[in-house]
Design a protein around this ligand. Structure first.
Ligand code: FES
Ligand SMILES: [Fe+2]
Length: 352
């Protein structure tokens, strides 16, 4: 997609989409429960018995490694009467136990014992329901749609783009930070997809990167932002950092260099005006070097600057002042995101 040109004013996605509870409920079903969503990383489930829990749009899930070394994903819900089973965020277990009537489950979600039944033959009530899982570059993706097409079919171009980063497979998740943002999830993505605000809001970022040659490339369902460092050392000459956004809620920053690393941000919807941001940092060893600490500090700083902005933005969405905004010529990636959003929500052209 080309940047907008000339003086044509184009309206943004209506603000209604950032505040309306019915639209929010629809988004959960049509987008978050029907897309490949990053749930975690294989370094969180290295050994048999390892597991972690993760919620996608109100759906509680368990991701585990069973005794056959296979990865599984299933709803964290007891098939007896619907109790949430595992309360911990992560751990290592032989069985999961429902605290209501004591049913136990193997690490693959299958029923082990149902003390108040004479048999384990309980049809589709004899396991916690499985969900689709795929691993790509050690990242674990989940899709809650049982009919979902393989990731390769939806994200093949993005996956091919990352193939050149051979170091990704061996990275470990070494730090995770979370933050609740008082803004709609799309406001956070919108903010990520343009750098018009960078000079004003991110002074350090703008000094570090060449803002005159800042690129935002659009692909089928992802975008890639990059620029050269203003002061780069010899080893940084070769390959610049790439900041990917992948439909709908994933941001992956890849820093090649001598010891390549990656940072990931995910924005998960909690309410029309509340989102959970999860940031994870992946390095090649558990020990974080001084330079890596500095990178974490730098990235966190930029994010904090952004959160203040999106929370201010959300305040405007609720008012009677405007029904929508207008795109600047360099906000074309927002328009691209909003078009993908319209397709996923089955909004007819011209109705956005
Ligand atoms: S609800 Fe889980 S054992 Fe009864
Ligand atoms: Fe920003």
């Amino acid at each position: 997609m080309k940047p907008l040109t000339g003086n044509t004013l184009e309206n943004t996605l209506p603000y209604e989409n950032y505040v309306n509870p019915q639209i929010f409920e629809e988004e959960k079903k049509k987008i978050f429960q029907d897309s490949w969503i990053l749930a975690g990383h294989t370094s969180q489930v290295e050994k048999p018995g390892d597991f972690f829990t993760f919620d996608i749009a109100d759906q509680p899930l368990i991701i585990s490694r069973d005794k056959n070394n296979e990865l599984n994903a299933f709803y964290n819900i007891c098939p007896h009467r619907g109790t949430k089973v595992e309360k911990n965020e992560c751990g290592n277990k032989k069985v999961f136990t429902c605290t209501y009537h004591g049913w136990t489950f193997h690490m693959n979600g299958k029923l082990n014992r149902a003390p108040n039944f004479a048999t384990n033959e309980l049809g589709n009530h004899s396991c916690m329901p499985q969900v689709k899982l795929e691993v790509f570059q050690s990242m674990i993706f989940i899709n809650l749609n049982p009919e979902a097409r393989p990731m390769e079919e939806t994200y093949g171009e993005f996956m091919a783009n990352l193939e050149r980063y051979t170091f990704l497979e061996s990275l470990k998740k070494v730090r995770v930070n979370q933050r609740i943002i008082d803004a709609n999830w799309k406001a956070v993505i919108d903010n990520y997809l343009e750098c018009d605000h960078c000079k004003i809001a991110h002074p350090e970022f703008s000094k570090t990167f060449d803002m005159k040659n800042y690129h935002i490339d659009l692909h089928g369902n992802f975008s890639c932002q990059y620029s050269e460092l203003t002061n780069k050392s010899n080893e940084q000459q070769e390959d610049h950092a790439n900041f990917y956004w992948v439909w709908p809620n994933l941001m992956v920053s890849i820093y090649p260099g001598k010891e390549g690393n990656m940072t990931i941000s995910q924005i998960l919807p909690l309410a029309p005006d509340k989102s959970l941001a999860i940031y994870s940092y992946y390095f090649n060893s558990d020990e974080i070097s001084k330079e890596q600490e500095e990178l974490i500090r730098f990235v966190d700083q930029v994010r904090l600057e952004d959160f203040d902005l999106v929370e201010l933005l959300q305040k405007g969405f609720h008012t009677n002042a405007f029904k929508h905004g207008v795109y600047s010529p360099t906000e074309y990636a927002l328009k691209f995101f909003h078009n993908l959003y319209g397709e996923a929500m089955n909004v007819k052209e011209g109705m956005l």
